[in-house]
Design a protein around this ligand. Structure first.
Ligand code: AMP
Length: 114
């Protein structure tokens, strides 16, 4: 989608701090980090959010989670611990309508989340 900011990041029309990419996804540092490590993992294919995915997209969703774990290891927050978050729609707090996983680490997370 030409008017989607994350599609434009995946296509490198907008600069971002990419930490990982392959043929299916891109991972880059969040512009407004909520933790010492805050990386977004997005599919190259546009989905408005995770609720727009079908059963046929399960391998891609699994791949995104595996990539998040690889990036966590790369950025040295795997052993200490990390959190993966997927916001969807209004009550979920989603602000960018392109599926993304938040990888958060480098500090103690709290529960329940806000
Ligand atoms: P969400 O609220 O779950 O939709 O998350 C969207 C995230 O995208 C927020 O954490 C924003 O800080 C982040 N964000 C928005 N624009 C950019 C950008 N151009 N580069 C990196 N992160 C961004």
């Amino acid at each position: 989608m030409t008017d989607c900011i994350f599609c434009r990041i995946a296509n490198k029309e907008i600069t971002s701090r990419i930490v990982y990419e392959d043929d299916r996804c891109v991972a880059f540092h969040d512009l407004h980090p909520q933790a010492p490590v805050h990386v977004l993992v997005i599919p190259r294919q546009h989905f408005d959010n995770i609720l727009a995915c079908g059963a046929e997209d399960a391998p891609l969703l699994g791949h995104l989670q595996w990539v998040a774990c690889e990036v966590a290891r790369q950025l040295n927050v795997a052993e200490s611990g990390m959190r993966l978050v997927v916001n969807a729609n209004r009550d979920g707090g989603q602000s960018v309508n392109h599926l993304h996983l938040h990888l958060l680490g480098g500090r103690q997370m709290t529960w329940p989340p806000g």
